[in-house]
Design a protein around this ligand. Structure first.
Ligand code: 2AM
Length: 181
């Protein structure tokens, strides 16, 4: 089985900005530089033939490149902890691309995504006792903003989970283009 997801990888200067904002709060488990991404579609565990069909279907997507910037900090608070993330603007092109990727996944045989799409770059994960620090981080960096960067591709990643954490391997990159040619 292959655990797959589709994401945008921010360029190095943008990742540097995010890493510079991270601090030494012991309760916050920071995401490493290698793992910083904006998830467009979580696919989950699939067998090889379906993985190949998804990869082919993604390759038929035509979508223009667009500009994005990091804007603000938010949290998904859950019962046993949560995640701290950086937001992006504008959300419209990234949501449209995610919708197109979802359609491509459905054409390949996956169930449609039913959860609402909230574009974000996860910065840290925390347990219940990290909420106060997460809250403080969110307030301190509420106005975090990057320069604009070009999104000129999206990437199919395979996630390898181990007791050392997640390792994300790039399976394929799909350039954004104006039309199928
Ligand atoms: P994230 O984007 O909020 O960090 C790989 O696991 C990526 O897919 C993670 O970055 C993760 O969230 C995202 N993802 C979305 N839904 C998921 C799910 N149900 N299980 C695991 N990861 C999921």
């Amino acid at each position: 089985m292959h655990r797959l997801f589709v994401a945008i990888r921010p360029p190095e200067p943008i990742r540097d900005l995010l890493i510079d904002a991270m601090d030494d709060s012991p309760e916050l488990g920071w995401v490493s530089d290698d793992n910083l991404h904006l998830t467009l579609r979580f696919i989950g565990e699939v067998e090889r033939p379906l993985a190949n069909d998804v990869a082919d279907s993604l390759g038929r997507i035509a979508f223009p490149g667009f500009e994005l910037k990091i804007s603000g900090i938010g949290r998904f608070d859950r019962r046993n902890g949560g995640t701290l993330w950086a937001g992006v603007e504008p959300r419209r092109p990234v949501a449209e691309l995610a919708a197109k990727i979802d359609r491509a996944c459905v054409l390949a045989g996956l169930e449609p995504e039913r959860r609402a799409f909230h574009p974000h770059v996860t910065l840290a994960r925390y347990r219940r006792d990290g909420r106060v620090e997460a809250d403080a981080f969110e307030q301190r960096h509420a106005t975090l903003a990057s320069t604009v960067f070009e999104v000129d591709r999206f990437i199919l990643f395979e996630s390898h989970l181990s007791r050392h954490g997640a390792h994300y391997e790039e399976v394929a990159a799909y350039p954004l283009k104006l039309s199928d040619c």
